[in-house]
Design a protein around this ligand. Structure first.
Ligand code: ADP
Ligand code: MG
Ligand code: MG
Ligand code: MG
Ligand code: MG
Length: 442
């Protein structure tokens, strides 16, 4: 409304903002932005700003490449690491096409559409992702390396933890930007860290995941370090995940809690879990979207390999943490932070809602450590595996009508193109491992 626009413009003036970044993401979840001087804000808020969509990954279209960015006023935030005078503020934008229609390749739109479906049944989807990352050294030429900055372990303190000041800076910056940080700590692997923030509505949280990643990467750069969210930068040690806690609430109440039920888990909770398990293979295409993602999903490093759930053990793909009441939730442990959070949450909500609508009961929980089962026992129990590669995951996506419908044809076609191109390029490359293995013996 006009009042909201004038209010926003007044606020930007009061905050001494000199530049506005209009931000959105491509299909890979990589943030993109264009900066405009503050006097253009009124135009941006009323008409939107035209961009050329044809150079954005996953936006490509033969015609209709002109697109409009429309800022979402609620996402206003000042970038705290930029100058304190003539500040830089950003808005996250929705992408529209010619004719003022939401662009079906805009990941944020895809998530919104799925949240609306859930809303029709009265549900709000709450999610809380745990973001992990490695902090590496940069070399003399300022390029990232895979050299650790410390050799600390889980919950370690200085001097084993050499990134405490960097984590502090990230936490303070994110807090300034409206995050409610819950915890931050050194993770299991050398130079690996985690920062957790409070769960919320999936749209706001997806926005936060994007903000988190570029804020963390920027602050690392300013400190001569490098943060990477790639899932397995170093072979044979723990990889980096993005566990996603999820719950459905109705009228402000968590529907997963039932004081009288077995494990105090409601039928809705079980159906949500059933839906996620049914669609887990297709969800892998969204939660594990890189070639490298599948080097994390291997036995022995706290990452799931089998499609199971449990209220007791952390080797399961879905874990139900012990907390109950309003904190009752299911933790999906397969995704990693290379995901596009909008598309991942869209797929999760579609799967969960399919479970609720169609009363999909999950199989019995797997409370034993699955890695101790023999192959024969596993097959007998009907326990299936997650896809082993990006190509396999994409094939699973194409077989899954519910998830394809949730994403829409434009996104599915583009994801397929990307999966094929990545897989081909990887296959055409000769990797160091091959040289080491074969150059002497053959
Ligand atoms: P873990 O025990 O797996 O390490 P953390 O404590 O690091 O888990 O993270 C828990 C996450 O779950 C946080 O982001 C938190 O806000 C979120 N969470 C808590 N309650 C709910 C809920 N009801 N629905 C969704 N997410 C929730
Ligand atoms: Mg240009
Ligand atoms: Mg955690
Ligand atoms: Mg962790
Ligand atoms: Mg976890």
């Amino acid at each position: 409304s006009d009042a909201k626009v004038s209010e926003m413009i007044a606020r930007v003036k009061a905050d001494d903002v000199g530049f506005i970044r209009l931000q959105f993401t491509d299909i890979l979840g990589i943030p993109k932005n264009v900066a405009i001087p503050t006097f253009q804000l009124e135009k941006a808020l009323t008409e939107g700003i035209w961009i050329d969509g044809s150079s954005i990954e996953g936006f490509t279209r033969i015609n209709e490449s002109d697109m409009i960015l429309k800022p979402d006023i609620s996402t206003y935030a000042i970038l705290p690491w930029r100058p304190s005078e003539k500040k830089v503020a950003r808005f996250i934008c929705d992408v529209y096409t010619y004719g003022d229609k939401p662009f079906e390749g805009d990941p944020r739109y895809v998530l919104k559409k799925n949240l609306e479906e859930a809303k029709k049944l009265g549900y709000t989807f709450n999610t809380g992702p745990e973001l992990e990352f490695f902090v590496f050294q940069r070399d003399e030429e300022d390029n990232p390396t895979t050299k650790f900055v410390d050799h600390g372990g889980y919950f370690d303190l200085a001097p084993n933890d050499k990134a405490e000041d960097l984590r502090r800076e990230i936490v303070l910056a994110l807090t300034d930007m409206g995050f409610e940080i819950e915890a931050s700590h050194h993770e299991v692997a050398d130079s690996q860290h985690e920062i957790d923030f409070k769960y919320g509505d999936a749209l706001a949280v997806a926005d936060k995941v994007i903000t988190f990643k570029f804020a963390a990467k920027t602050l690392a750069l300013l400190n001569d370090m490098h943060i990477t969210f790639m899932p397995k930068p170093i072979a044979r040690i723990n990889g980096t995940g993005m566990h996603c806690h999820g719950s459905l609430s109705k009228d402000g109440k968590n529907t997963f809690f039932d004081a009288k039920a077995d494990k105090q888990l409601s039928e809705t909770a079980l159906y949500y879990i059933g839906g996620l398990m049914k669609h887990a293979k297709a969800i892998a295409r969204l939660g594990n979207p890189t070639i490298n993602s599948y080097k994390r999903l291997v036995p022995g490093y706290e990452a799931p390999v089998y499609i199971t759930w449990s209220a007791a053990n952390r080797s399961a793909m879905i874990r139900v943490p012990a907390a109950r009441g309003n904190s009752t939730r299911a933790e999906l442990r397969s995704p990693d932070p290379t995901c596009n959070p909008y598309l991942l949450f869209a797929a999760m909500i579609a799967a969960g809602i399919d479970g609720v609508k169609n009363k999909i009961m999950p199989p019995a929980p797997t409370d034993v450590n699955i890695y101790h089962l023999s192959e024969e026992e596993r097959v007998k129990l009907g326990i299936e595996m997650l896809p082993g590669s990006l190509k396999e995951a994409n094939d699973e996506l194409l077989k899954d009508k519910v998830i394809c419908d949730a994403l829409g044809k434009h996104v599915v076609d583009n994801l397929t193109e990307i999966a094929i191109a990545e897989t081909d390029d990887y296959r055409l490359t000769v990797h160091p491992w091959e040289i080491e293995r074969y150059i002497n013996n053959f």
